[in-house]
Design a protein around this ligand. Structure first.
Ligand SMILES: [Zn+2]
Length: 204
């Protein structure tokens, strides 16, 4: 039951766990939860522009943006050029003009983003930082009309329903980390209990 609750705010994966969440309930959930809507300053690490090298599919990328844009390519030599691109703005620009863009990109891009965020937060330090956001609702506000990955707050867009794909993915990865974290704690707890029982037995 706890697991269900943890996945509650990851509606895009709800079907895997045999339940669905209506749009109204997602909106309601969003209102009552604490929200992090700016991926800046202390929450800069949530942004794909945050500089922190991590490995994805056997290559080390300087940031998640470079890793993501690289996946638009089919050829290894095109993918590899992104590992050098430290400036995430440049990686994004290159990705936009990628001549070898995979035809199925729109279909697979959110699954790829999920895999990339899993790889990024597999780094213990970053995983701890993500867990430290508790159960806050995550959504990256922007002013460049991106209502797919985040939510644009310009006058034209602000009342639009944003898909918030990146935020949903981050909340999903956080829920997965929490389950793994809790399982580790439980295991540690039962091991130390076992050890103390052994100690007692030795004393006897
Ligand atoms: Zn806008």
């Amino acid at each position: 039951m706890k697991v269900m609750a943890l996945f509650y705010y990851a509606p895009n994966i709800g079907h895997r766990y045999g339940y669905t969440l209506s749009k109204e309930n997602i909106a309601k959930r969003e209102i009552i939860m604490e929200k992090i809507t700016s991926f800046r300053d202390e929450y800069r690490f949530l942004s794909n522009f945050y500089q922190y090298p991590f490995a994805f599919n056997g290559l080390q990328y300087p940031n998640a943006e470079a890793a993501f844009q690289a996946q638009k390519c089919i050829n290894d030599e095109d993918i590899i050029k992104y590992i050098q691109i430290k400036n995430p703005v440049r990686a994004k620009q290159m990705g936009k003009k990628e001549p070898g863009l995979r035809k199925d990109w729109d279909m697979i891009s959110s699954d790829i983003m999920l895999e990339i965020e899993r790889a990024k937060y597999a780094i213990p330090k970053l995983g701890e930082m993500l867990l430290s956001t508790g159960d806050a609702y995550l959504k990256e506000s922007n002013h460049w009309h991106d209502n797919r990955w985040g939510h644009c707050t310009c006058d034209k867009c602000k009342n639009k329903t944003a898909q918030n794909l990146l935020g949903n993915i981050l909340m999903q990865v956080r829920a997965e980390l929490k389950i793994a974290h809790d399982a580790d704690k439980k295991l540690d707890g039962s091991l130390s209990k076992e050890n103390s029982t052994q100690d007692q037995n030795t004393e006897l």
